[in-house]
Design a protein around this ligand. Sequence first.
Ligand SMILES: Nc1ncnc2c1ncn2[C@@H]1O[C@H](COP(=O)(O)OP(=O)(O)OP(=O)(O)O)[C@@H](O)[C@H]1O
Length: 255
Amino acid sequence: MNAPDAPAALELHGLRKTFGDKVAVDDVDLTIPRGSFFGLVGPNGAGKTTSLSMAVGLLRPDRGTATVLGHDVWRDPVAAKTVLGVLPDAESLPQRLTGAELLGYLGLLRGLDPAVVTARSAELLQVLDMQDAAGRLVADYSTGMRKKIALAVALLHGPDVLVLDEPFEAVDPVSASTIRSILHGFIRSGGTIVFSSHVMALVEQLCDHVAVLANGRVRSAGSLDEVRGGHTLDEAFADLVGTSVDRAELSWFAS
Ligand SMILES: Nc1ncnc2c1ncn2[C@@H]1O[C@H](COP(=O)(O)OP(=O)(O)OP(=O)(O)O)[C@@H](O)[C@H]1O
């Protein structure tokens, strides 16, 4: 699929991050091939968000490197960020702008032609079924609406690589289906997607590559079939992470 010497879509090498005594990400190496739909899974606190934040240049690692299509995100941030589309944390979006204003402002900040910004914003708002909310303040959006406008922000400049931390969290089933279609279209057009999720069925349905992270380390990574090893992703996940999923009981329920 990829030319042998073409850089990977995303290459993480020896990434490490500590917060005080806590090692959040511990020597993470990951190669995300071009054109892949890559799922990142792991228990709560595994280090997914921290890894993805370092991968896109939002959080400086203690050590290690991250390159996007061959551009180092710290040494060559403008080139890296031009080809990257990142789902912003919905809470960090400017709250006192309307959805339409937000897209207009960020599009111009990206250096896009105003006519292109207008056309793309209108199309994104329409496809994401947000036309009625376009004139309302982001502060008044529901959690799912913020997630959708954040996705529009990630897509607006036409990136080559999308990095999405839990893009389906809090969105309704119809919107989730719309987002799946948009992401499939992005892959068909030659783009690469890496996204984190806790929903194994979704990852199995969408992804061709997966990595399982636990305690800040990569437990397994490769094609979906390699990681599953003949089981469901749920089973492989429980095996790799070493947790029992069906034994949680509260003592006072029995009395
Ligand atoms: N800013 C921070 N300060 C202190 N500790 C942090 C900070 N950010 C993350 N951590 C810790 O680092 C570890 C990894 O957190 P991270 O958010 O990357 O996990 P995650 O896999 O995304 O979890 P979840 O699935 O619950 O979203 C956790 O133990 C978390 O408490």
